[in-house]
Design a protein around this ligand. Structure first.
Ligand code: ADP
Ligand code: ZN
Length: 725
């Protein structure tokens, strides 16, 4: 027997199967999907078996040395999924498989075992015999006590360990057993009954057909009870002896959502996210692999968990960027979900209050089935939203906080109600805003914010390359205030403390949440009314459900409007709409104050109207005019290297290579300096490809990648459908 094996090196030139002889004593154990050790070149490497065959190859082969882990291997679906991942992202197959495994099972992990055990005592004789011993040895009180305990069930050895237990062991009455110990055991959940669905929820729930592949888009306003719909569907799936994956965008959101799943489904639930230690992840993976859990709730990489018999896949907050991996392999969890839903012939449910435009457009075209929840589950109205002109406020000396926001916070403090304040973090790159009027430079061709390059004092469009010199005074209001830099959360917190001496304020941002469990603590404390004001960044915008919050203040709405990204409007709308949705979720009506320098901005006014569909139509019109997704697809090539000249030259070469090979309707932009141009002295150029249909693209890109296989000077990152570019 021979095995076709891919080896551990993620190098394009080695991205193929090598054939090895399977020694006779291994023939019964070896399986496709197993990790094995094989000789390669002068050394020994790990590999994964992809095929077993009895055809004798025409060349001489080396021999498989050892199976690394007999019991845990990639199943048939995972093997297929890996190939799909490779195809979608152009990564090597070994990278695809490595991506699908938890770190403890990845090839490079050299630790022997992640398994933990606990030792119990159990009875080694029938209860009749034990009873008899007890009767005959009543004087030996300690022994009798132990036996009586064990008659009721196994006991942890360390709890009864003594000379008496050792005697009983010697007499053969009791024995030790080792039981696999799982690091995560959610012990403190309180099982809750299902809620009765509202009429709208019931309708949405009824429309989802199980045991049949179809993609649904559940568009439900904030607080409409989407989670309750998921749980009803999952409950049916489990009754059918099937399983479910629920993807959530990030760990801060999983805490509240996960708890709801535990409270409904108890030990059937496993969690999976990057906050777990390798050991915890290994344990959860094992529970899933062995079929001990039926529901996995987790972040992006959970889409790969080896649940069998999937009955539904749910992607919560489906518009979230966190479903895209930003490093090799640059996959989109939604693509993977689609593959798996088709494979298992089950529904894929995408859900959000603000679906991404691509999804919503597909629902319009009938590719997805649209389900809508238009009301809050508890019949509360959506919050009332007002815009405040900060340019006006500045004139009255109100910096950071407008008068109306200050007053409303004070009111809440008086009424013992809570406030959430949202500070929109600055984007990932530098742009220039006028501190007096909020003016920003935009590209006349691409309608995106220009990026500031300090060295040349230029503003540049990183899509098309358009460049202008920075003015000394603002071209709109002629004030000398073109260098507005954003404020940090700490500064805002300090100001809050000065304004409201007795208020209890908690800050949630990158600094305050680095320690494990700190998110959870902040969320729990705020939910318990231990604080009056929660001040946070993007982290607090979604998913959180606090009953006593009646005011949401958005301190600077403009930052995300100015992201140099064609999705800036969409991101702003979704961010503000979702954040606003944290207000008034229980019995008291919510209010939202949005502070901006652009009170006439259309997107902000659509947020104010609280109407996603209106925003959708408005934005689709822009996308159509400028030929952006969903009217086109985008592929981004980033060319990186330490030498500016090399990178610039190769970027040109790549463009020249691409031009004649692609469809003549496909548009190639660039090369231009990327929005993040220089990082750690590595220069980044980018080429953007805009296409509607191009069957040659994938092949041509593979050719380009092969032109730079191990070239240390230049590195390429190719991303289909990038989050931003
Ligand atoms: P969404 O995810 O759509 O923003 P949630 O699922 O968080 O909304 O639900 C909002 C609130 O409404 C939660 O507190 C939830 O317990 C409650 N809720 C949801 N569905 C029902 C229902 N059918 N009956 C009563 N309360 C409900
Ligand atoms: Zn441009």
């Amino acid at each position: 027997m021979y095995a076709k094996i891919i080896i551990e090196y993620p190098i394009k030139t080695l991205d193929k199967c090598f054939t090895y002889l399977v020694p006779p004593d291994m023939v019964n154990d070896i399986k496709v999907g197993q990790k094995v050790l094989v000789p390669f070149g002068k050394g020994i490497v790990f590999g994964i078996v992809l095929e077993l065959t009895n055809d004798t190859p025409e060349f001489e082969t080396k021999t498989v040395l050892r199976i690394d882990n007999k019991d845990i291997y990639l199943n048939e679906e995972q093997l297929e999924l890996g190939k799909y991942l490779q195809e979608k992202t152009l990564c090597t197959l070994i990278t695809a498989y490595q991506t699908m495994l938890p770190s403890a099972l990845k090839i490079k992990d050299q630790r022997k075992s992640y398994d933990k055990y606990e030792t119990f005592y159990t009875l080694n004789k029938s209860s009749v015999e034990v009873d008899k011993y007890i009767r005959e040895n009543e004087r030996r009180a300690k022994q009798v006590a132990i036996l009586n305990m064990l008659l009721k069930g196994d006991v942890l050895k360390k709890e009864v360990n003594s000379s008496s237990s050792k005697t009983l062991e010697k007499l053969g009455l009791i024995k030790e057993v080792k039981v696999k110990k799982y690091r995560l055991n959610q012990a403190n959940y309180h099982l809750r009954e299902e809620l009765k669905l509202t009429k709208e929820q019931e309708e949405a729930y009824q429309k989802v057909e199980l045991n049949k592949f179809c993609t649904y888009l559940l568009q439900g306003v904030t607080g409409s009870g989407k989670t309750e719909v998921y749980m009803h569907l999952i409950s049916d799936v489990i009754k059918n002896k099937q399983t479910a994956i629920v993807l959530v965008p990030e760990i801060s959101l999983t805490t509240q959502t996960v708890k709801r799943f535990y409270d409904r489904f108890g030990a059937d639930v496993a969690v999976f996210h990057s906050g777990l230690t390798p050991g915890e992840k290994y344990d959860e993976y094992l529970k899933i692999y062995q079929g001990k859990v039926k529901i996995v709730v987790g972040t992006r990489s959970s889409i790969f968990v080896p649940l069998k018999n999937l009955g539904i896949i749910i992607i919560d907050e489906e518009h979230s960027d966190t479903y895209r991996q930003d490093a090799n392999p640059r996959y989109y969890a939604k693509d993977m979900a689609l593959f798996r839903a088709k494979y298992h012939n089950c529904p894929l449910l995408l859900a959000s209050a603000t679906p991404c435009l691509e999804s919503r457009a597909r629902a319009d075209k009938g590719v997805y089935k649209l389900l809508k929840l238009t009301k809050r589950a508890n019949n509360m109205l959506l919050p009332e939203i007002s815009l405040v002109d900060m340019a006006e406020e500045l004139k009255h000396g109100n910096y950071l906080f407008s008068k109306v926001l200050k007053d409303k916070i004070a009111q809440r403090l008086e009424n013992n109600e809570q406030t959430i304040l949202f500070l929109n973090r600055r984007g990932f790159s530098t742009f220039i805003t006028c501190a007096s009027c909020g003016y920003t430079y935009k590209c006349p061709n691409c309608d995106i914010t220009l990026t500031y390059h300090k060295t040349s004092n230029n503003l540049r469009c990183h899509y098309c390359g358009y460049t202008v010199k920075k003015d000394d005074v603002c071209p709109k209001c002629h004030e000398n205030s073109l260098n507005y830099l954003g404020v940090g959360t700490q500064k805002v917190e300090q100001m809050l403390n000065e304004l409201y001496k007795t208020a209890r304020i908690i800050r949630m941002d990158q600094d305050t949440t680095t320690k494990k469990g700190s998110y959870q603590k902040i969320i729990d404390d705020f939910a318990d009314n231990k604080y009056d004001i929660l001040l946070g960044t993007q982290m607090i915008s979604k998913g959180l459900d606090f009953k006593n919050v009646t005011l949401v203040g958005i301190i600077n709405a403009d930052t995300s409007l100015n992201l140099p990204d064609f999705r800036a409007n969409e991101k702003t709308f979704s961010l503000l709409y979702q954040t606003a949705g944290r207000a008034g979720r229980d019995k008291k009506k919510g209010e939202v104050i949005i502070q901006t320098f652009n009170p006439d901005n259309k997107v902000l006014n659509l947020v104010k109207e609280n109407d996603y569909d209106k925003f959708y139509l408005y934005e689709m019109n822009i996308r159509h005019k400028l030929k952006y997704p969903p009217y086109t697809y985008i592929c981004l090539i980033v060319i990186k290297g330490a030498s500016y000249d090399d990178v610039a030259k190769e970027a040109q070469n790549i463009k020249r290579y691409l031009m004649p090979k692609l469809d003549n309707k496909t548009i190639i932009y660039g090369p231009t300096p990327a929005s993040v141009f220089r990082v750690n002295n590595i220069y980044h150029f980018q080429i953007t490809i805009k296409y509607t249909f191009d069957d040659k693209l994938s092949m041509v890109l593979k050719e380009i990648e092969n032109m730079y296989p191990t070239n240390k000077k230049i590195e390429l990152d190719i991303t289909f459908n990038p989050a931003r570019f």
